[in-house]
Design a binder for this molecule. Structure first.
Ligand SMILES: Cc1cc2nc3c(=O)[nH]c(=O)nc-3n(C[C@H](O)[C@H](O)[C@H](O)COP(=O)(O)OP(=O)(O)OC[C@H]3O[C@@H](n4cnc5c(N)ncnc54)[C@H](O)[C@@H]3O)c2cc1C
Length: 417
């Protein structure tokens, strides 16, 4: 079989992979972006995650206006999404600013940016099934294809490419692993019904239904949010996944999907008994359940919990992590650990490079960090920023140019219009 050769390949087209591929192509690397789903965006589209966190610094004062944590691709993507009506905000929720987006619009904006980018080939419906130091094997509908490149980015979220290339990774124990969740869209809902009081009332109804035995206890992890789209709302069910939950196991993942849909249908049936929600319906199930944490690949530096907590700064920082550590180790809602300093933590280029593999770069939620640090770094705004940074670094390396943090920062300044 003849192998096709690119300067570089990005594995996974979530927010990190999209940013990496576009950035690599912009510096002149002939880039292939490989994605197994039918659209780009990863969790932000397929799992129906509907708000972008980590785009803005924590406000310095209570009424201070939102301030971007990273310029460059993260800012560009947010600006375009808003301009096309796909997002609303920023909205201040307590001590943080978020951008509420529509997953369908996220996918469209990603398509538009890709369409405008020279040197970039996007291959959807292509699953990475094997790999070694020099090549990667992609599968599509029973066909296989080999690709070669001078540099590689693992943006699969699960460290798939790193594992296939033999790079070591770590994974948190089941007891502390961030819990998964199942998000679905609800149609025909009056947004006014989902204010603070409305959400409290719904929470009460779910508790009552659990006590009465009409819903299982796992329904207690349910929460609601109105969407920027009138008449639409999102329902998130935090799930434990069970004692043996393994985010890399097909059996565990299958159980999440069927449990999510069963619970979702039960919750909608309960809602429809309420006058205000009598005509609501399931507008969309996710293409896949949401997994917050799996493999973290070992890099040249492991970004530690204290780094995020104290806002550590690094000479080779190429992005900033502005979101607090949002721990979801159980289904009782998030536990937020805010940093003690004023500055967002820097993300060093070393934590985006595989420890022992010169050609392998990392982006998004599988970068080199501790479990708690990942609870900050995994949010979409930060994934866009780490993706952009490694896209520049790997892209430059693949065409034989300098690939250090100075070169990455210069590339960001050049393309941050
Ligand atoms: C339930 C839930 C709620 C969340 N809420 C928020 C929130 O409100 N705000 C926020 O900012 N963040 C939130 N997050 C976190 C955030 O959505 C993710 O951490 C982030 O989107 C990860 O981006 P990524 O690009 O690293 O990975 P992903 O989005 O997971 O993308 C990885 C991509 O790689 C592809 N891929 C994987 N393996 C292969 C393979 N073998 N071959 C080809 N393609 C492959 C996948 O299909 C996927 O598209 C939430 C996460 C979850 C699960």
């Amino acid at each position: 079989m003849k192998a096709e050769t690119f300067d570089m390949v990005v594995a996974g087209g979530g927010s990190a992979g999209l940013a990496a591929a576009v950035s690599a192509a912009r510096v002149g690397a002939r880039t292939l972006l490989v994605e197994r789903q039918g659209s780009l965006g990863g969790m932000a589209t397929a799992a129906l995650v509907h708000s972008i966190c980590g785009l803005y610094r924590l406000p310095r004062e209570k009424n201070a206006p939102p301030e971007l944590a990273n310029d460059g691709f993260a800012a560009e993507f947010a600006r375009r999404l808003c301009a096309e009506g796909g997002a609303e905000g920023p909205v201040r929720l307590g001590r943080v600013d978020v951008l509420l987006h529509r997953p369908a619009a996220f996918a469209q904006t990603a398509d538009q940016i890709v369409r405008e980018t020279r040197n970039l080939t996007v291959q959807l419906h292509s699953e990475i099934v094997a790999g070694d130091a020099d090549s990667l094997t992609l599968g599509c509908r029973g066909g296989v294809q080999t690709v070669r490149a001078a540099a590689w980015v693992d943006a699969t979220g699960d460290g798939v490419l790193a594992t296939l290339r033999g790079a070591p990774s770590e994974i948190e124990t089941n007891a502390r692993l961030q819990r998964p969740a199942f998000i679905f869209a609800l149609g025909n809902v009056a947004s006014a019904s989902l204010g603070d009081n409305g959400r409290l009332r719904l929470a009460r109804r779910i508790v009552d239904a659990v006590q009465a035995g009409t819903l299982p206890e796992s329904a207690l992890g349910t929460h609601f949010r109105a969407s920027p789209q009138p008449g639409e709302a999102f329902v998130t069910i935090d799930l434990s996944g069970g004692e043996d939950f393994d985010p890399l196991d097909a059996g565990s993942l299958s159980a999440l999907e069927t449990q999510g849909r069963e619970l979702g249908a039960g919750i909608v049936a309960l809602l429809r008994r309420d006058e205000e929600f009598a005509n609501c319906y399931v507008a969309a199930w996710p293409s896949r359940a949401g997994v917050r944490e799996s493999r973290r690949v070992l890099g040249r530096y492991r970004l530690e919990t204290t780094d995020v907590e104290t806002g550590a700064q690094f000479n080779d920082a190429v992005a900033f992590a502005a979101w607090p550590m949002e721990l979801r180790e159980n289904t009782r809602g998030p536990k937020l650990r805010f940093p003690t300093g004023d500055e967002p933590c820097g993300v060093p280029l070393r934590s985006l490079r595989a420890r022992d593999d010169d050609a392998l770069f990392l982006a998004g939620r599988c970068i080199s960090c501790s479990h708690e640090a990942q609870a900050s770094l995994r949010v979409i705004g930060t994934c866009l920023a780490t993706g952009e940074a490694v896209g520049f670094a790997a892209g430059l390396k693949s065409i034989g140019a300098a690939e250090d943090a100075i070169a990455v920062r210069a590339a960001r300044a050049r393309f941050a219009a």
